[in-house]
Design a protein around this ligand. Structure first.
Ligand code: P6P
Length: 333
């Protein structure tokens, strides 16, 4: 098999419309380095006493795992030296960390350093999610950027293989970490989501809380070939958005974390700036769709740093069907 090209080779020769800004290349390589270190710390956690809780709660009010703290510190330590990085915006930190006086064109890095960390102690896949936007004007300290302005987005998945999956706006590319050298090498060029699917992902224990459009959609899937869909569906739920989205990028599917009676007051469960936006960017770049029910996630104008939104994303046909069901439920009787 021909030697798969490295991430650096890909970025320096990538045919993004006008080539990639060298400072963006350096930042992406720093992100990859941070993810490689996090993957190694995960692998050695049992020997380093890094399983379990850190004894703190984060801004989300969640009990921080020791590895949440390590992952957050790793992103800050490694990416914080990137030349034109103006701010770090972490799920684990209440406020943005400004590294320099922002200049027009500087980068903003949004990240969920360790997503799905409740899976760590049971040795299931977890991930890191990242998104890069730019400062619009000198001195601007506005981090509330809508998702369609992202310059780059991606994730690392720490599974049987550690992978980095990213887009710089012209398709989605997957890089596997080569054991031994630690190089991320291009193994999944041009990742694409099939328009049709027979697989859905939702936390079904919240069934009693769902709104009618989601309840209708899921019940039709469960009815299988005897119901209106005329075919059987499969269900997967990994409690790790990165793992569910990765599966959808590989073989299709639809992922739902909708607003419901239990989370509506908070706006949903998943966070807009560093979970929904980067994943929506990837999904659209791979030919899928991503909405909050009807509205495109990438068009949502953020109102605050840790804003939560409903998320429906994946195979275009299914996301469109759910959008139609939401529209039908909003029509006056
Ligand atoms: P639940 C992990 O905590 C996360 O933010 C996502 O990665 C995942 O999809 C979701 O929450 C899981 O939520 O309700 O199943 O624990």
């Amino acid at each position: 098999m021909t030697q798969a090209i490295t991430l650096r080779n890909f970025l320096t020769h990538h045919a993004a419309p006008d080539g990639l800004d060298p400072d963006l290349i350096f930042l992406i390589e720093d992100i990859a380095s941070a993810c490689r270190v996090i993957g190694n710390r995960l692998r050695n956690a049992a020997f380093e006493g890094n399983h379990g809780l850190a004894g703190e709660t984060n801004v989300q009010g969640e009990d921080q795992k020791k590895l949440d703290v390590i992952a957050d510190e790793t992103f800050a330590r490694i990416c914080g030296n990137s030349r034109r990085l103006a701010a770090l915006v972490s799920e684990e930190q209440e406020d943005a960390v400004w590294l320099k006086q922002p200049e027009a064109g500087d980068y903003l890095l949004f990240f969920d350093p360790l997503d799905g960390s409740s899976n760590i102690d049971v040795n299931l896949s977890v991930g890191s999610i990242f998104s890069v936007c730019t400062v619009a004007a000198p001195g601007e300290r506005d981090i509330l950027k809508p998702g369609h302005t992202q310059r780059c987005a991606g994730y690392a998945i720490y599974g049987p293989t550690m992978m980095l999956v990213l887009s710089v706006g012209d398709g989605v590319f997957g890089f596997s970490c080569e054991y031994g050298t630690g190089d991320f090498r291009l193994t999944h060029p041009g990742m694409s989501i099939p328009e049709k699917t027979a697989e859905f992902a939702i936390n079904t224990s919240r069934h009693r809380l769902w709104d009618q459009p989601v309840r209708r959609y899921v019940e039709e899937c469960l009815a299988g070939e005897t119901g209106p869909r005329g075919r059987d569906f499969n269900m997967r739920w990994t409690a790790s958005m990165v793992a569910d989205v990765h599966r959808i990028l590989i073989r299709g599917g639809v992922f739902l974390y909708p607003a419901d009676e239990g989370n509506r007051a908070a706006g949903g469960k998943l966070r807009l700036l560093y979970e929904a936006n980067p994943m929506a960017f990837l999904v659209e770049q791979a030919g899928g769709r991503a909405t909050v029910g009807r509205t495109r996630i990438l068009d949502v104008m953020p109102e605050n740093h840790h804003q939560r939104v409903p998320v429906i994303l994946g195979s275009a046909e299914e996301v469109t069907r759910l959008s139609d069901y939401h529209a039908a439920s909003e029509k006056p009787a």
